[in-house]
Design a protein around this ligand. Structure first.
Ligand code: GLN
Length: 195
């Protein structure tokens, strides 16, 4: 209650995230400018096209504004798919791609290759008693996760949901399911920022 979560609403499937958060009772703000971050305890960066999200976030001053809040430990951020790419410290293929770069993972865009551009899988997620049905859409592949990055779920041995403190990344799209468990967990994480 009383938790305000922002959804980066520059490009991508931010509406689906918004719907899920609203259904869980969170207050939701569409974030397009730095001033929209005021009063937020969490921010979700959606899937979409990571180059577009990265370039526009930089142009609108959001990259610096979010980084400041992250460094001050006052904002939980969860990136899904393209959003995970935006959070990643390293993109070896495209080292100059604009991004936040605060989460110590190395990621490869479209890392699952063309034949399997998109697939579905049932994931075992730490702390969940039932599997989570996940959609991977031209998903990035987490090549490496630094010390202090906790792997909450893997697919065929590769991390697909990771967390480092209040920074979360998933390479799949929980907002495209009817399963709100990860969103609920993220709201809890964000609420903890308030105390
Ligand atoms: N392939 C996209 C990218 O590299 C990400 C795909 C997605 O967000 N579903 O930006």
């Amino acid at each position: 209650m009383g938790v305000k979560i922002g959804v980066l609403a520059i490009q991508g499937d931010f509406r689906e995230h918004k719907q899920m958060l609203l259904a869980l009772g969170a207050e939701v703000v569409e974030v397009r400018l730095p001033r929209h971050l005021e009063g937020l305890s969490g921010l979700i960066v959606p899937g979409g096209e990571s180059t577009t999200i990265g370039m526009l976030a930089r142009e609108y001053g959001l990259e610096d504004a979010v980084r400041e809040r992250v460094q001050a430990s006052s904002l939980a951020v969860w990136g899904t798919c393209a959003g995970a790419i935006w959070l990643a410290k390293q993109i070896p293929q495209y080292p100059n791609q604009p991004r936040l770069g605060c989460l110590d993972i190395s990621i490869q865009r479209n890392g699952y290759g063309r034949q399997v551009d998109s697939f579905e899988a049932d994931l075992q997620i730490k702390g969940f008693d039932k599997p989570f049905h996940a959609f991977f859409i031209r998903a990035p592949l987490i090549l490496d996760a630094g010390e202090g990055v906790e792997v909450l779920a893997e697919h065929k041995g590769d991390p697909v949901l990771v967390r480092s403190g209040k920074l979360w990344a998933s390479t799949f799209h929980p907002e495209l399911t009817n399963d709100p468990r990860i969103h609920a967990l993220f709201i809890e994480q964000a609420a903890r920022q308030l105390t």
